[in-house]
Ligand binder design. Structure first.
Ligand SMILES: *Cc1c(COP(=O)(O)O)cnc(C)c1O
Length: 383
């Protein structure tokens, strides 16, 4: 069969579902209400506060702080936990660059360690091996929507007195041994950037259990004020890292349909039949009870040139994402002082793993066959 990239007929011509999905009535109503009342800022209205408490409640903790984006949210959470100059923070090599740059913002040094060869998540073993006298915190990233195996990781953290900040940017609604992510460490940070499972274009929220951590984190996001303090009283150094009420009004009603959207993505992932292909779904870490399926990571075990694979799949109407370059290979990070452990697994993943994006997973599960058919066609052409 002639490949679409060579002028053949593509496997799929229909567009994939749009992201974000169309506005719900609830979103339209809530946003209009905020706009009409003229209370657009978080210091004026109550919607940001409601969103923060709702995320805290769903994460099983007492406190939440909305924030302009998750990069700054991770920074504020680390800072709220006392991480700063001279400290080291252990992060996985296979993640988005913001996991590292948020650490740099605190003045601490990101220590980039390899990921687990099977599930590509941060492992307790990798953390244990990288701990030094300066290690202050560890940042498990719930990659693709599946939680890091947190019990062994928390045990290592407890043994060495490390703070644990969960990067939940891709894991809204995910659970580990039945417990929601965000409440599994000292703080958790969700993103509402345009590509995430809930979005207001940009945005984020931090959740945490401890009252003092909440106060310090809130203060970082609110110009050094104290919760409940006077407007011009700034006992700490902080910045304006706030979300807007308009964004929060898009997000709060989204929670009503999040579960249904996860179920839809799960159904698409479950329908994907890779039988006979040299392709497998990257397994979930132990303890995953709900994978929010932000992405479906596929490992391609075939000698096919990567640029060609991605271009040929796009031409077939099934555009896949090539995923992350290993963080340790980024000159900007090493130039800024990041310490890099050997990362052969992340390097192999950058060559062999591709992602099916969430908007594709939102399609009718019957259309999962488009993905397997296009893969079969493209891989056969180089067999
Ligand atoms: C998107 C993302 C971030 C950053 O979120 P922003 O809201 O865009 O700042 C951090 N970590 C991971 C793993 C992400 O996917």
């Amino acid at each position: 069969m002639k490949l679409a990239i060579d002028g053949g007929t593509p496997v799929r011509t229909a567009p994939w579902p749009a992201w974000p999905p169309p506005l719900s009535d609830g979103q339209r109503k809530h946003v209009t209400q905020v706009l009409d009342r003229g209370l657009w800022g978080a210091t004026q209205g109550t919607v940001c506060a409601d969103l923060a408490s709702e995320f805290a409640r769903r994460s099983g903790v007492g406190h939440g702080v909305t924030v302009a984006n998750a990069t700054l949210g991770l920074f504020a959470a680390l800072r709220g936990l006392g991480v700063g100059q001279g400290d080291e923070v252990i992060i996985p090599a296979y993640t988005f660059v913001a996991s590292a740059t948020s650490v740099l913002l605190t003045g601490a040094i990101p220590v980039i360690v390899d990921v687990d060869p099977v599930d590509l998540h941060l492992s307790a073993e990798a953390v244990e091996a990288a701990v030094t006298g300066r290690t202050a915190a560890v940042m498990p990233v719930h990659l693709a929507g599946s939680p890091v195996d947190m019990e062994p990781l928390n045990a290592v953290a407890a043994r060495h007195g490390l703070k644990v900040v969960e990067d939940c940017a891709q894991a809204h609604g995910a659970t580990y041994h039945g417990r929601p992510v965000g409440g599994l460490g000292d703080a958790g940070v969700f993103s509402f950037q345009a590509s995430k499972a809930m979005t207001a274009g940009e945005g984020g929220v931090i959740v945490c259990r401890d009252e003092a951590v909440y106060g310090a984190t809130w203060s970082t996001c609110n110009l050094g004020r104290r919760p409940g303090g006077a407007w011009y009283d700034h006992p700490e150094v902080g910045w304006n890292l706030r979300l807007t009420e308009i964004q929060a009004a898009l997000l709060l009603p989204w929670l009503e349909r999040l579960e249904e959207e996860i179920t839809r993505r799960e159904a698409f992932a479950a329908a994907l039949d890779l039988g006979g292909l040299p392709v497998s779904v990257v397994p979930q870490p132990a303890g995953t009870t709900r994978d929010s399926r932000h992405l479906l990571m596929l490992r391609v075990d075939a000698p096919i040139e990567r640029e060609f694979l991605l271009a040929a799949m796009a031409a077939e109407g099934v555009p896949l994402d090539g995923g992350y370059p290993p963080l340790g290979t980024m000159a900007a990070l090493t130039g800024a002082g990041a310490r890099v452990e050997p990362c052969p697994v992340a390097e192999a993943a950058a060559r062999s793993v591709v992602w099916v994006r969430q908007q594709m997973l939102m399609d009718d599960p019957a259309r999962a066959a488009d993905v397997s058919e296009a893969l079969a066609k493209v891989l056969a052409s180089r067999g």
